[in-house]
Write a protein that binds this ligand. Structure first.
Ligand code: AKB
Length: 324
């Protein structure tokens, strides 16, 4: 249950997930109670104009402490991270941001007696030796990207802070997230967002993954629902304190292109795999999320075709509004 008088901090609020999650939280907790924080300023007018914004570098503990004493947060969503593909370009920085950022938030939450923390993990915690089909909650994990290694280590630390200090930190292992409101930045699954933008512009799409590369994916409304359901579930039903497997659909570039072609028959896709192919090949193709189903009732609403229809309708609408 949401205590609607809570003050909530979203770090990484201008990102693909953060921008939409902040707006959902503002609907639940009230605009003034949800502070959007990011290192960059919001481009989205609704995010910028609807409630407080603070420019924050999650590596700056002084700024975080000032913010916490100003707003007295009850909940923190810490979403700022360097994703898989960008992380490989500067592994040391990705490690620093992803790990020090998490420590700064966990320690702040303890010091300031924040009641609940959310931190996203990813399917990137799995690696080449992980079973690739229906990947279990508990299994071999040998991530080989710096992003995946930081997420795996982060999961261990979240569980450690829960067990050692009683901090109520909760987490989901997101698959690739697809939404029309904001673009992702620097991930291996980003093609599945870009492809819709190209299709709606009447352009063909050159994919950086090969045609039969299956990956687990999720439409943004499902990701928002999962995140909020997890955060509002009673603490005693959260049995997994590292991070929950989460699943909605799996598809290949060839299949998403076929789904788009049902609406835009002239759309064409070509393939030019780059370094991101190796990352995709090390990740699961499908995920077993029965623990999330059992513990807090997780159930996705969107499959590939339902997502395609919704994406194309909304992207077209946005394009028309921009043209006015
Ligand atoms: C990425 O591709 O890096 C992310 C992820 C799966 O965590 N979208």
């Amino acid at each position: 249950m949401a205590n609607t008088s809570d003050t909530v901090l979203v770090i990484g609020a201008c990102g693909q997930l953060g921008s939409e999650l902040t707006m959902e939280l503002r609907k639940m907790y009230g605009d003034a109670n949800v502070v959007a924080a990011d290192i960059s300023t919001p481009k989205q007018a609704d995010l910028r104009d609807s409630g407080p914004f603070e420019k924050v570098d999650v590596l700056d503990t002084n700024v975080l402490a000032e913010l916490a004493s100003k707003y007295k947060f009850k909940q923190i969503y810490h979403l700022a991270a360097v994703l898989s593909a960008t992380g490989e370009k500067n592994p040391k920085f990705a490690w620093k941001l992803n790990m020090d950022g998490l420590f700064n938030v966990l320690d702040l939450a303890l010091e300031q007696k924040v009641e609940r923390v959310y931190w996203p993990s990813s399917i990137a915690v799995f690696g080449p030796s992980t079973p690739r089909q229906n990947t279990p909650q508990q299994t071999v994990m040998d991530p080989n990207t710096v992003y995946g290694i930081s997420k795996q280590a982060g999961e261990r630390w979240c569980e450690y802070y829960f067990q050692k200090y009683g901090l109520d930190v909760r987490s989901l292992r997101y698959p690739g997230l697809i939404g029309y409101k904001a673009l992702p930045g620097g991930g291996t699954t980003d093609y599945a967002v870009d492809i819709y933008h190209k299709a709606i512009e009447g352009e063909n799409f050159e994919c950086f993954l090969s045609e039969n590369t299956y990956l687990p994916m999720m439409y943004m409304p499902d990701a928002l629902k999962a995140t909020l359901d997890l955060m509002h579930a009673p603490a005693e039903s959260i049995k997994v304190r590292d991070s929950y497997n989460l699943s909605a659909m799996s598809f290949s570039p060839k299949e998403i292109a076929a789904s788009i072609k049902k609406h835009i028959p002239e759309f064409e896709i070509t393939y030019k795999p780059d370094s991101r192919q190796k990352i995709a090949d090390s990740w699961p193709q499908s995920i077993d999320d029965s623990a999330a189903q059992q513990d807090w009732g997780w159930k996705p609403a969107f499959d590939l075709d339902a997502m395609t229809e919704d994406m194309l309708v909304n992207l077209k609408k946005m394009k028309q509004e921009q043209a006015v």
